[in-house]
Write a protein that binds this ligand. Structure first.
Ligand code: LP5
Ligand code: MN
Length: 258
């Protein structure tokens, strides 16, 4: 097989928001797995892999197909890692195992080819969005999660749909800057984590490479973009460091799996 990447390359993606309602996007993801991951050391999924995760017992056929695809990637030698996002924070060990993946806590410190990285979903950096952070505190508590997961699947799905609708409604009334990371939170995290050279996250859907001055030195903050059917984003880590890559598809020739 021709390797699409040199050995030791790591790939990072976030905010795919895969769902049964977006079959073209799901095909794009399978295309990404087939075309970009062969020969890579690891694939890190930094949250919001799916649009809404209501529990590992969700029997939606798409999720089983995605797990099988990721499992195949892991079995051919690319380690697969998940970090939770605000849409899939309930993704658990059972589904991770079906994907051949490992669930990791954020922020994740990673040293690769002599470069130091800090990886996270990014929502915790939006500290001006106090309504969101209050919501996050609630739904990340073990007691809330236990109660939620004890409800029947149809009720959980209905609750998630209602939460999505409410979130969209509330987000449309929030000033744009509130929904971006706050510079103070970025600096505080860098301070706390001992100055990583590069911070990498998603969530805000504002793909960019920012230079951040910290303690008199320059660090970088790379923001992954969200996935669309014809445009997707990933970060490649290799010996040269981190690069934000955008790729587009005109047409995806794959069987209609979804
Ligand atoms: O997700 P996105 O990018 O659109 O917006 C986020 C923040 N919103 C959220 C909420 C999720 O979208 C809800 C869906 C989660 C799916 C998993 C379901 C499993 C459990 C169900 C959980 C209840 O994360 C949004 C931020 C934005 O990012 C930018 O950072 O602003 O924050 C909000 O909108 C939060 C609101 O300000 C407050 C909370 C609204 C949700 C309340 C739920 C009540 C449900 C009512 C049911 C009758
Ligand atoms: Mn998110």
């Amino acid at each position: 097989m021709t390797l699409s990447c040199p050995p030791n390359t790591l790939l990072l993606i976030a905010d795919l928001h895969l769902s049964p309602q977006r079959p073209g996007l799901c095909r794009a993801f399978l295309h990404f797995l087939d075309s970009k991951t062969p020969g890579t050391q690891a694939l890190y999924i930094l949250g919001d892999f799916v649009d809404a995760w209501v529990g590992d017992d969700d029997d939606t056929p798409l999720y089983a197909a995605l797990a099988a695809a990721l499992k195949a990637v892991s079995e051919r030698g690319t380690a697969v890692y998940f970090i939770h996002g605000n849409r899939d924070f309930l993704l658990g060990q059972r589904y991770a195992a079906a994907c051949g993946a490992t669930l990791l806590d954020e922020p994740l410190r990673l040293t690769h080819a002599g470069h130091r990285y800090l990886l996270l979903h990014g929502d915790v950096l939006c500290t001006r969005d106090t309504a969101y952070l209050a919501f996050r505190n609630q739904v990340r508590s073990p007691a809330w999660q236990r109660d939620f997961l004890a409800q029947p699947l149809p009720e959980r799905r209905a609750f998630a749909a209602a939460a999505r609708a409410q979130s969209e409604n509330m987000s449309s009334n929030k000033p744009q800057d509130i929904m971006d990371v706050s510079p103070e939170a970025v600096l505080a995290l860098m301070q706390q984590e001992g100055s990583p050279t590069t911070l990498i996250h998603g969530h805000t859907h504002r793909p960019a490479v920012h230079e951040v001055e910290h303690n008199g030195t320059m660090a970088r903050r790379i923001v992954l973009g969200d996935w669309r059917e014809h445009e997707a984003w990933y970060v490649r880590l290799d010996a040269a460091g981190a690069t934000l890559e955008r790729f587009s598809y005109d047409r995806i020739n794959m069987n209609n799996i979804f």
